[in-house]
Design a binder for this molecule. Structure first.
Ligand code: FDA
Length: 391
């Protein structure tokens, strides 16, 4: 006997942060909702997020914390569903949390609490979960959409695509959402790894000897006016740490990034005012920087002499140190994918396609990418609620 055709008001594809939230909101509006995923478990990225404690939002959420070809697109959804709204849910479920730094809110105990919250909200909305739904094919039908997959045939009026980006293929990331968008004539802003460690090569390989060294820097990308004062971490392959992850989203291949190694603090005053020699230089560097980094800089950044001009040039270079990354660590290590479904093809209040009524895109699959620090989950929640109320 073939499986019966299952009819729903709404099918949501992808049981990640955005898909779970959207299914719950639509279900609680008494829409009959199926939530399909090709994986066997929902919310796998939620569980590994924030080092297992899920940085579920950021109290300083604002549109300028997001990258998109259209920086205005996210404003409407973000205004309609704010961090305060998600916090109300978190508090309703008595999940204890704390602000770690820079407005980033984390669970005190485990990211499981956030996944359980979303599953409970889906339960309230009587959402049908369909796992292991491999090989999903979609076509338009007279009353909406017809889907075929390893779990049978589904029909729905509204179809929500929440299949995420390309980051972390081993957790089930695929290009499905982009392919489906193209199938229905929507544009794609070229996807690229973002919030990702950068690789160094050639002469700059010497920095990898500092693997494990971390220091507070200001990292900036010259073609944007953006900079981040956070920690840099040297790795065996190049650079990481929050400052580098943040600036990686803005970095363009072939361009340098610039690093102020001691943001807003002069280093060489003791050399200018005291003994102008190598030991005094090393001591001055050590005052401000971890020892291994100070020793490295004493070798590769020593002034071209001890004149005022040479010392000033050296000081300037320490605050504007160029790195020429040879690439990124790619989707295997990227926390998110920048680019995605072109927002010019979507309505900002509902996430519905302008040209294909009933077809919605939410979460990371859309060309809206947050900074590090809880912004990407806030976008997942906000875009999901926008669609969940419209389907
Ligand atoms: P998400 O990727 O979560 O879900 C997509 C779902 O679609 C998955 O369940 C997948 O199996 C399914 N799917 C994919 N292809 C399919 C197909 N062909 N057929 C059927 N199903 C398919 N953000 C943040 O704000 N705070 C944080 O602390 C962190 N921490 C963090 C750590 C790490 C290691 C990573 C990789 C990422 C983060 N993030 C983060 C980013 C955050 O996890 C991410 O932005 C959201 O999970 C995106 O939610 P989505 O629901 O859009 O996609």
């Amino acid at each position: 006997m073939p499986d019966p055709i299952r009819s729903y008001d709404v099918v949501v594809l992808g049981a990640g942060a955005a898909g779970l939230m959207c299914a719950a909101v639509a279900g609680q509006r008494s829409r009959r909702v199926a939530l399909l995923d090709h994986g066997s478990l929902p919310g796998r990225k939620i569980l590994i997020s924030g080092g297992g404690r899920c940085n579920f939002t950021n109290i300083h959420c604002a549109p300028d914390r997001f990258l998109s070809a259209n920086p205005h697109f996210a404003k409407s959804a973000l205004a309609l569903y704010t961090p305060r709204h998600f916090l109300e849910l978190v508090e309703k479920y008595k999940i204890s949390y704390h602000e770690k730094t820079l407005g980033q809110l984390f669970c005190d105990h485990s990211a499981h609490a956030i996944l359980n919250l979303l599953l409970a909200e889906c339960e309230k909305g009587r959402v049908d979960h369909v796992s292991d739904a491999h090989s999903i094919q979609v076509e338009r039908s007279s009353s909406g959409f017809r889907l075929e997959c390893a779990k049978g045939e589904f029909r729905c009026e509204s179809l929500v695509v929440a299949t995420g980006g390309l980051s972390i293929p081993k957790l089930g990331a695929t290009a499905f959402g982009y392919d489906l968008a193209r199938q229905f004539g929507l544009g794609i802003v070229e996807p690229r790894p973002a919030l990702v460690p950068l690789l160094l090569g050639g002469k700059e390989s010497s920095w990898t000897q500092l693997a494990g060294v971390s220091t507070l820097v200001r990292a900036s990308a010259p073609s944007t006016k953006t900079s981040f004062v956070e920690k840099l971490l040297a790795t065996h392959r190049g650079l990481s740490g929050p400052a580098i992850l943040q600036i990686s989203s803005y970095w363009k291949r072939g361009e340098p990034i610039f690093v102020d190694l001691t943001p807003d603090q002069a280093i060489l005053a003791p050399v200018v005012q005291g003994r102008r020699d190598a030991p005094t230089l090393l001591k001055a560097l050590r005052e401000h920087l971890p020892q291994r980094l100070a020793e490295h800089l004493a070798q590769i950044a020593a002034p071209q002499g001890w004149s005022n001009a040479a010392l000033e040039a050296c000081e300037r270079s320490l605050h504007h140190w160029p790195f020429y990354p040879t690439g990124t660590e790619g989707y295997a290590k990227a926390e998110v994918t920048a680019g995605g479904v072109d927002t010019a093809h979507l309505q900002a209040r509902t996430m519905e396609s302008r040209n294909v009524p009933g077809l919605f895109f939410i979460g990371e699959v859309v060309d809206v990418t947050g900074h590090l620090g809880g912004f990407n989950f806030q976008w997942a929640w906000a875009s999901a609620v926008a669609a969940g109320k419209a389907v």
